[in-house]
Design a protein around this ligand. Structure first.
Ligand SMILES: Nc1ncnc2c1ncn2[C@@H]1O[C@H](COP(=O)(O)OP(=O)(O)OP(=O)(O)O)[C@@H](O)[C@H]1O
Ligand SMILES: [Mg+2]
Length: 174
């Protein structure tokens, strides 16, 4: 029997906007498979060098893409990453860019222990809507959507919206 086709969803946005919180809940509610690119890279040591300035390993983008490509072709994947132009355009049926007000993001990142340049750079990334612009360049503009992610109510509404969209996609594509 042929498997039902299911959509691939990208959750992206500045660190701290709530991608992981939303993505895991979404996976539970939809049965789609959730992949956190940071965790995947760590588990497989998919790195290519070390960034001295930010004190973190540099992602080996080609190996990440190779690692996931078969699963992405099958569909039904939720991908969580704070960047988006490393993935092939063909992978995603929809792209959500989560957005959080600067003051809230500042508080969230601070309580996570971020300080100094790391804290400032991340808040600036949100102010300059860097990831939104990256997404609009990397994907067809009509599949890129911004979602407000300030409060738990926002998260509930975002979940409902994505679940509805996903159910409709399954109907339309099977
Ligand atoms: N809609 C929301 N309203 C209030 N708090 C939220 C919301 N979404 C996430 N949070 C909180 O913000 C913090 C950061 O969330 P989360 O770890 O999901 O962000 P992230 O986008 O995955 O960050 P990173 O890119 O660094 O992994 C967590 O403490 C989480 O509980
Ligand atoms: Mg996360």
């Amino acid at each position: 029997m042929k498997m039902r086709k299911r959509p691939n969803i990208l959750l992206t946005g500045t660190p701290g906007v709530g991608k992981t919180t939303l993505g895991k809940e979404l996976a539970q509610r939809t049965g789609l498979s959730y992949v956190n690119i940071g965790d995947l890279a760590q588990e497989g040591e998919l790195y290519d060098g070390y960034d001295e300035e930010y004190q973190c390993p540099i992602l080996d983008e080609d190996r990440v893409v190779d690692e996931l490509d078969d699963q992405m072709v099958d569909g039904g994947m939720i991908i969580d990453y704070h960047g988006c132009d490393l993935f092939p355009e063909r992978w995603f049926h929809i792209v959500f860019v989560l957005r959080t007000d600067n003051t809230q993001l500042y508080t969230r990142l601070e309580s996570r222990g971020y300080a100094g340049k790391k804290l400032q750079d991340n808040v600036q990334c949100e102010i300059f809507q860097t990831i939104y612009e990256e997404a609009m360049e990397a994907y067809s503009e009509d599949i890129v959507h911004q979602l407000t992610s300030n409060t738990p109510e926002d998260m509930d509404r975002n979940l409902e919206q994505i679940i509805q969209w996903s159910e409709q996609w399954v109907k339309d594509n099977n």
